[in-house]
Design a binder for this molecule. Structure first.
Ligand SMILES: *Cc1c(COP(=O)(O)O)cnc(C)c1O
Length: 217
């Protein structure tokens, strides 16, 4: 089922759009199957859940932290993830910088923008995103790779379009100053086609790949 789902999804999007599989609540076996079906990027929302899965999986996977990261978990997160997609404050960027420096490593990170100001409170205020990007641009052990946003969590995909447009605008503004940023991560199972139309280079899919979650997380 997972393999068929992925094959179907890949047919509906351009080849240069990256699919990230949101693995929260899923089993190691499910993640392995998705990897075998061709996916490389996987995300987790919680450090604790990631710590139970990532060390067990030997496959060549790029692990993304896509949930809110507490600063006191930054060190542990660096031991698990290849990238942190959900940076929403200077203080978190500073902590990741400090931990990456200690490991003599360069950590790719993304700024999460709270574009919808709704249920999902994660992310930085859109008005502060450019400032945070500038700030991160001056750090040496974290490297800004892109921007992520969550649109509305469900409902008519067209409701997401205005948020995606706005996020893309911020992405382009940052890119005009930091041309190396590549990733515009937006769109989930219900609205990824709209996200792709609005310029997403990465979409994050859980339900569309793995089926309904046991409970909504
Ligand atoms: C769960 C999750 C997704 C995927 O959600 P689906 O609706 O199941 O596709 C995407 N992004 C984040 C940050 C998530 O937590």
């Amino acid at each position: 089922m997972i393999t068929e789902n992925i094959q179907k999804i890949l047919k509906t999007i351009p080849g240069d759009v990256t699919v990230l599989a949101a693995a929260k609540t899923r089993s190691v076996e499910m993640v392995r199957e998705a990897h075998q079906a061709g996916l490389i990027h996987f995300g987790h929302n919680y450090v604790q859940e990631a710590a139970a899965m990532i060390p067990v999986i030997q496959e060549e996977i790029q692990w993304h932290m896509i949930g809110h990261l507490q600063r006191n978990k930054a060190k542990q997160a660096l031991g698990l993830f290849d990238m942190v997609d959900s940076v929403d404050s200077q203080r978190l960027a500073d902590e990741l910088e400090k931990q990456a420096r200690q490991l003599e490593r360069i950590l790719p990170i993304m700024i999460e923008i709270n574009i919808g100001e709704e249920e999902a409170k994660a992310g930085i205020d859109p008005n502060q995103a450019l400032q945070l990007a500038d700030y991160i641009g001056n750090l040496s052990h974290v490297q800004l790779a892109g921007v992520m946003t969550m649109g509305p969590l469900s409902g008519d995909p067209e409701n997401s379009r205005a948020y995606f447009k706005q996020t893309r605008k911020i992405f382009e503004q940052i890119k005009s100053v930091q041309p190396d940023i590549q990733i515009l991560s937006m769109g989930m199972s219900h609205d990824y086609l709209v996200a792709v139309e609005e310029g997403a280079t990465m979409i994050r899919l859980g339900t569309a790949i793995f089926g309904e979650r046991p409970q909504k997380v």
